[in-house]
Design a protein. Structure first.
Length: 278
C-alpha cells in the first residue's frame, strides 16, 4: 500500500491535475485525440495492480461494435489502456462521485436499462460514433459477473444500434466479440472464493468497491479480441448477438482453464437458406 500511495502522489495525481483540464478542452472542442485517456488508463492499471495481456487486436479504421463480458470496474481501465473505444455504461456510472466525471471526459455513452425510450437515444449516440469510424464497446450482459461464466447477452441494444445504422445509412459496420478473463492473483491461479473480491459484486457502495479494488492484490487479466464479422443493417440481430455470446463464452472457458484456443471462428449464418420443397 505504501508503494501505491507514493505512485498516486508522485505520478498519478500530477498527471490527473494536468491531464483533466487538457481532456476537458479536447472534449469541448470535439477533437478525436485519445492519447490522454490511454495514458490515464495505463497509469490506472499500474496503480490498481492490473497486468494486461492482449490476444488478437481490436478492429480499427472502420466502424466497429464490440460486445464484451463484464467482471470488474478494472475492465474499463484494462481495455482503455490497450484500445481506443467508446464505452456504453449505465446511467448510475454518470452519477458516481468522480468516476462519472472521468467517464464523461472520455465521451462515455450512458443508458438507462429501466427506460425503454432511453435505448433509442443511446442508439443514436452509438450511430454517431460508428459513422465517424469509431469503435463502441458494449458490456452486453448488462451487469458484472464473477468471471466464471458468461450471462446471456442482451440483443435489444444491438437491435437499436442496427436500426440507427439503417437510418444513418451506415453499411460497413463490423461486430467483434471481446472476452475479459482474470486468470491470476498475486501470480497464482484465482480461486472461486477470491473472485467476488476481484469483481466487487459483493461490495455495497462506492467506498466499498474502491476498497475492494485496492486490497485485491496484483491481478493478471487477459483481453481476447475475437475475429470481427460484418454487421449488416438487415442481419438477424438475435443470431449475431448469440454468436458473439457463444464466442466470448468459448474464449472465457479456455482462458480460465489455461487452454489454447483460436480467436477466429466461422461467421454466423445471418440469413439461413429456406428449405426448398422436394
Amino acid at each position: 500500500m505504501i508503494s501505491r500511495s507514493l505512485f498516486f502522489i508522485l505520478i498519478y495525481l500530477p498527471v490527473m491535475i494536468v491531464g483533466i483540464p487538457v481532456q476537458f478542452v479536447i472534449t469541448r472542442l470535439g477533437l478525436r485525440w485519445n492519447g490522454m485517456p490511454r495514458l490515464f488508463h495505463t497509469l490506472g492499471c499500474i496503480f490498481l495492480g492490473v497486468r494486461v495481456t492482449v490476444l488478437g487486436e481490436p478492429a480499427h479504421g472502420r466502424p466497429t461494435l464490440l460486445l464484451s463480458n463484464h467482471i470488474s470496474w478494472n475492465d474499463i481501465i484494462a481495455i482503455g489502456s490497450k484500445a481506443d473505444v467508446t464505452f456504453v455504461a449505465k446511467t448510475g456510472v454518470r452519477e458516481t462521485f468522480f468516476v462519472g466525471f472521468m467517464a464523461s471526459l472520455q465521451k462515455t455513452i450512458y443508458i438507462d436499462y429501466n427506460r425503454r425510450q432511453d435505448t433509442r437515444r443511446t442508439s443514436r449516440e452509438m450511430a454517431k460514433r460508428l459513422a465517424a469510424n469509431g469503435a463502441v464497446l458494449l458490456f452486453a450482459e448488462g451487469h458484472r459477473d464473477l468471471g466464471t461464466h458468461v450471462q446471456p447477452f442482451r440483443s435489444a441494444l444491438v437491435g437499436a444500434a442496427q436500426q440507427a445504422m439503417k437510418e444513418g445509412g451506415a453499411t460497413e459496420v463490423m461486430l467483434q466479440p471481446v472476452c475479459i478473463a482474470y486468470t491470476k492473483l498475486q501470480g497464482m491461479p484465482i480461486s472461486r472464493a477470491e473472485r467476488p473480491g476481484i469483481s466487487g459484486v459483493s461490495a455495497r457502495g462506492f467506498k466499498a468497491v474502491v476498497k475492494a479494488l485496492l486490497q485485491s492484490g496484483t491481478k493478471d487479466v487477459t483481453i481476447a479480441f475475437g475475429t470481427p464479422v460484418p454487421f449488416p443493417p438487415d442481419g438477424n440481430r438475435k443470431v449475431l448477438t448469440k454468436w458473439a455470446e457463444n464466442e466470448v463464452r468459448r474464449m472465457l472457458v479456455a482462458l480460465n482453464r489455461g487452454e489454447k484456443f483460436t480467436l477466429s471462428a466461422p461467421a454466423p449464418a445471418l440469413n439461413p437458406p429456406v428449405p426448398q420443397p422436394a
